[in-house]
Design a binder for this molecule. Structure first.
Ligand SMILES: C[S@@+](CC[C@H](N)C(=O)[O-])C[C@H]1O[C@@H](n2cnc3c(N)ncnc32)[C@H](O)[C@@H]1O
Length: 269
């Protein structure tokens, strides 16, 4: 029988994440900020309809796919494999999973793997769709010092050793995975993934120049109707600037963004 938590379908976690992104405060402070809590509930309720609008998938299907995902207990499996990865993941990762389920892509490309939480969710979606492969690129940052990016900002994400890159990804999902270690600036332009790409996910260096460079490189590889997804969109104006440059309205969710490449209409007579 489904537990009470299962019946809530993870929704409280989405609300607490929205609350944190909106206020930078723990959900324990929500009693003192009822307006911010109401806003977080509204935002969390809007997530599935917006994914549906962007992908054309009915919300009922998105709910069903979320139930599939939660039945796998992937976040618990990730925690067992890789303790430092605990606390990462849903609902950011759950929406990645839903985008991929909705598109049923053949080719997904991601930059920025670290422990492999996003890779695990992308691969789980490919496995559940029964098709597609993931090409991932990561330049590991070794040791707890993090790395200063081209904007002079410190990115704290790191691994203790090269072997830890992607450690969170269960063996059962690795058959569809091509992982390359190195700088995206060198590896992305010569990636051996077949054309066209269906989904591109940026989560490597979050400097403005690098984000714009990755978006600009990926966009021509994407098929019409393909998706460009990005983490850490609020870090700077790169995602909004790129969206404007391609004439598309982005869907912004939590700290992430999604852009759908337009499908050309029939030529005018
Ligand atoms: C935020 S973490 C990725 C987290 C992962 N996507 C997840 O959700 O679990 C960013 C990763 O990108 C790597 N990185 C930074 N600059 C890079 C570059 N130029 N090329 C490839 N990877 C890079 C970092 O070392 C780090 O492993």
């Amino acid at each position: 029988m489904a537990s009470f938590a299962d019946r809530l379908e993870g929704f409280p976690r989405w609300v607490t994440e929205e609350y944190w992104v909106g206020t930078r405060r723990s959900a324990l402070t929500a009693w003192a900020h009822p307006g911010a809590l109401r806003q977080a509930v509204r935002d969390a309720r809007g997530l599935l309809p917006q994914v549906g609008q962007m992908t054309g998938a009915p919300v009922a299907d998105l709910r069903r796919w979320l139930r599939d995902l939660r039945r796998h207990r992937l976040s618990a499996e990730i925690r067992r494999r890789c303790a430092p990865a605990s606390g990462m993941g849903s609902p950011h990762a759950e929406l990645l999973y839903l985008f991929v389920r909705a598109l049923r892509p053949a080719v997904v490309v991601e930059t920025g793997v670290e422990l492999g939480v996003s890779s695990a969710y992308l691969l789980q979606a490919l496995a559940d769709s029964g098709r597609g492969e993931l090409w991932s690129i990561d330049l590991p940052t070794l040791g707890p010092g993090g790395r200063v990016n081209q904007d002079g900002k410190l990115d704290r994400s790191h691994v203790e050793s090269v072997e830890m890159v992607g450690q969170a990804v269960p063996e059962r999902l690795r058959g569809r995975w091509h992982l390359s270690l190195g700088d995206a600036r060198d590896l992305l332009p010569t990636l051996s993934a077949p054309e066209p790409w269906d989904v591109f996910f940026h989560d490597s260096e979050h400097s403005r120049a690098h984000m714009l460079w990755e978006y600009g490189l990926a966009w021509p590889h994407l098929r019409p109707g393909g998706l460009l997804l990005s983490d850490d969109v609020p870090n700077n104006d790169a995602f909004l600037t790129f969206s404007r440059s391609v004439g598309q309205t982005p869907f912004l969710w939590l700290r992430r963004g999604a852009l759908r490449k337009p499908v050309p209409g029939p030529a005018a007579p």
